[in-house]
Ligand binder design. Sequence first.
Ligand SMILES: [Zn+2]
Ligand SMILES: [Zn+2]
Length: 429
Amino acid sequence: MEPTIEQKIRTYRRHFHITPELAWLEYSTATFIADELMALGFEVKRAQELMDTKNLMGLPDKAANDLAYEKAVATYGVKKVESFAHNCTAVAGIFDCGEGPCVALRFDMDALPISESDETNHLPYQKGFISKNEGVMHSCGHDAHMAIGLGLAHCLSENKESLRGRIILLFQPAEEGVRGADPIVNSGFLKSVDYLLAAHLWSNIPLGKIVCSQNGTMATDKLDITFYGKSAHAGICPEEGNNAILAAANTILELNEIQFKGQDLRRVNVGCIEGGTARNIIADNASLKVELRAKSQAVENELLSELEQIVKHSALKQSCTYKIEKVGAASAAKGDDSLAHLIEEEARQMNCFDELVLSDCVNRGSEDFTSLMSDVQSRGAKACFIGIGASLPEKKLQHHTPTFDINEDAMFLASELFFRMIQRLNRRH
Ligand SMILES: [Zn+2]
Ligand SMILES: [Zn+2]
């Protein structure tokens, strides 16, 4: 008997959960998705066809890249994998149903550098679909997001006669660290889009709750800062050195102050510091990993220029030079109210959600879907970022932890909601 859509979605999710890949290394994931989309009659776009590959941010090192690439080649063969080479792991399926609106839906693909729990009450372990890629885990639900996308692809191909317009299923790499959206924006791939949607499942929100437009995501910049000084004997002639550690230390202290300026929400964090070689040497290098976040792009831009000033004068004080490298960025964006209303109506008609929220501003960190949203909105298209509750009974699970899991029932709700929204937007045009 042909499996139901629900069974297919569950199988997809578990497949992705077993084979997680880190940001920019989604070679097997992209190849698998391309195969499925083609089999369902989609026109498939890959890599450079939907990514501007000039300035990919925060790329992994060569060894990690080679390992992931070779693994994918061993599974799928070089012919299928090579089109995604050099970290160009974006893939999209286009379903052309003639005249009508262009509706795009985005699904993120990457996993996290976390070792999955093998506690007996962790369901993926219990049911035998725990990550087989040691140290890497789908711990944010992106496995479920991709499964929703492929489930939707099945729905679309089964209902082609009743559909109009163009539907784009966009599978985006490197959401973690907010790196993957910008190359897609810069490629112009979304320029004909009229409506853009994405959903995130949340294990810390009750199953049955939906937020039709999540507006609490913050603009953010992820930065690697390096100071270059000059080493010297710390006892005999410290004055001949240029102390990179002092430049970094001054930067950290001053950065900490700027988040408390003004009324607007600002976040600044130095999460990692490295520098120097030995206690009796003036350090000739020091580096910091920093992130900035703000509720609006204007405040984020202010933060960024304040950071640049602080780094500049901290370096100058120690006669050091410096480099600031952007390794991730996402803009702030707000969903369109009219679209949120349509989502709410469709969700209500499903009779599966018992708590419907039109929009909220709950702070859920950052998410680079906002960059795609602001891109399409700048051309008059409408976009919303939906939040769907996916909690498991009697469990309080957090995203980005080894015991993370999602309630798979939420995937079926998301997939159906997307299908209904496509039909609804078809009727509007
Ligand atoms: Zn995440
Ligand atoms: Zn996520």
